[in-house]
Ligand binder design. Structure first.
Ligand code: SF4
Length: 451
């Protein structure tokens, strides 16, 4: 590595996702190693000769730091103030991976599925409503799957289509490969859809003034803190004519939520289990597996197969092994309407970079990329049980737990979600409609230096 490189990842004070305490940093370089070797950000930065250090906010440096010198920028105290404000209606939405990580902070076994305890804990902390991001994962599949079929069948946009649920991956493309922006799906991530819909559709159905709503997403992810600050993600305000209204207000990581629960003196496993609120609280099995590497692809293939072939997906696609597991790049071919769809599932942006740099990425039609090891279940805001580096066994325990939850759901295809059907019938119309474009899709821009 060049001499002008620091020994540890520098973190700018205005980084919206992570912070660093230089007094604690032991300059062990674990953070720099993961940034260069897994995320591939340190390396391209060196190649482009940029003076400052690009960050895509994935938080893997924080996850690798034995001293806890780098950590997520905590917002749970702001969230606590919001729930204590009688003028505010505080709505929590929890991402799929949180429910297989949170229990580990309270002595649960790795991957323990604690969805109902998590919901109860949020109610105890003062939530007015607790909703499920698995709902919006299903919606993402409806929009992204439809977008893919349009590209694939009508040749309307360039292929491969890249998934866009991972904000670190999106920023990676914007920074290092802006020429590939047209490949990114315009579909918003589940959390960004959730925020926009809570302040429009949900507030309308429940008769709540959207200005009183505080949307708090709970996620395994530090990059979501960056994502919600993106300028363009204020579509509820645009739709309602309320300048300055943000779609989401705070993102708490799994670890932050655990800290808040502990500070509040709540006995996590002593709580009486409870369920999500309705209207945006129901997710299919396909929505739940979004937390795993390959989960978005499997969910999209189930939906696309049903739409194109007009029949239920076969068992093979309901447990689609070629996209599962901890191999970093996984390929498969699925026949849709007599045509082969070539897919790739990748985790680690450095692995994705290799596909792009060699041109191999153009051998595929649909590419899922998640930045973190094993997908969001290995996100920068997840607990580590005090073991660094986080072992694959821990990630596999979480992955298995989400697949088990999928198998146990009463419906496992995003198309079957009744709450999603109600949303389209009463508010959005159909996938990729004008309303969908306004609230559920977004745009990206080049962040390449010197442009
Ligand atoms: Fe966040 Fe998931 Fe992307 Fe990691 S893989 S940065 S947890 S969205």
């Amino acid at each position: 590595m060049s001499e002008r490189y620091p020994k540890s990842v520098p973190v700018s004070p205005d980084n919206p996702a992570i912070e660093k305490d230089e007094d604690i940093c032991a300059n062990c370089s674990h953070c720099l190693a993961v940034c260069a070797e897994e995320i591939g950000v340190a390396q391209p930065c060196k190649v482009t000769g940029a003076d400052d250090f690009t960050c895509i906010h994935c938080g893997q440096c924080a996850a690798a730091c034995p001293e806890r010198a780098i950590r997520a920028k905590s917002q749970w105290r702001e969230a606590a103030m919001a729930v204590n404000d009688p003028q505010k209606i505080v709505i929590f939405s929890t991402a799929p991976s949180v429910r297989v990580g949170l229990g580990e902070c309270f002595g649960g076994k790795p991957g323990d599925f604690v969805e109902s305890y998590m919901v109860s804990a949020l109610r105890k902390l003062g939530a007015d409503f607790v909703l499920d991001v698995a709902f919006s994962a299903d919606l993402t599949i409806m929009e992204e799957g439809t977008e893919f079929l349009k590209r694939f069948i009508a040749d309307s946009h360039p292929l491969p289509q890249f998934t866009s649920c991972c904000p670190a991956w999106v920023k990676y493309i914007e920074t290092f490969h802006p020429e590939r922006i047209p490949c990114l799906s315009s579909t918003k991530s589940p959390i960004s859809m959730q925020g926009a819909l809570i302040k429009t559709y949900f507030s309308k159905e429940k008769g709540i003034d959207p200005r009183r709503i505080v949307n708090i997403a709970v996620a395994p992810c530090t990059a979501k803190k960056f994502e919600i600050s993106r300028e363009e993600l204020c579509s509820a305000g645009a739709y309602l004519g309320i300048p300055g209204l943000r779609d989401n207000d705070y993102v708490l990581t799994t670890r932050e939520l655990a800290e808040w629960i502990r500070e509040a003196g709540i006995g996590f496993y002593d709580l009486t289990p409870s369920a999500f609120d309705s209207l945006m609280g129901e997710g299919s099995g396909a929505g739940v597996i979004f937390g795993n590497t390959g989960g978005v692809m499997e969910a999209a293939l189930r939906m696309a197969y049903s739409v194109v072939n007009g029949i239920e997906p076969p068992d093979l696609l309901m447990q689609y092994q070629p996209v599962r597991g901890l191999e970093q790049v996984k390929e498969s071919v699925v026949s849709l309407g007599g045509r082969d769809v070539r897919t790739a599932v990748v985790y680690g942006t450095r692995a994705a970079e290799q596909l792009i740099a060699t041109g191999a990425v153009d051998d595929y039609d649909f590419v899922e990329v998640m930045t973190c090891p094993g997908g969001c279940i290995g996100g920068g805001g997840q607990p580590d049980n005090g073991i660094l580096p986080v072992p694959d066994q821990l990630r596999m325990a979480r992955i298995r737990s989400l697949y088990l939850a999928d198998q146990e759901r009463s419906f496992r295809n995003s198309l079957e979600n009744q709450e999603i059907k109600h949303l389209y019938e009463t508010f959005i119309g159909e996938p990729m409609s004008k309303m969908a474009q306004l609230l559920l899709h977004t745009s990206y821009h080049s962040r390449k230096r010197g442009i």
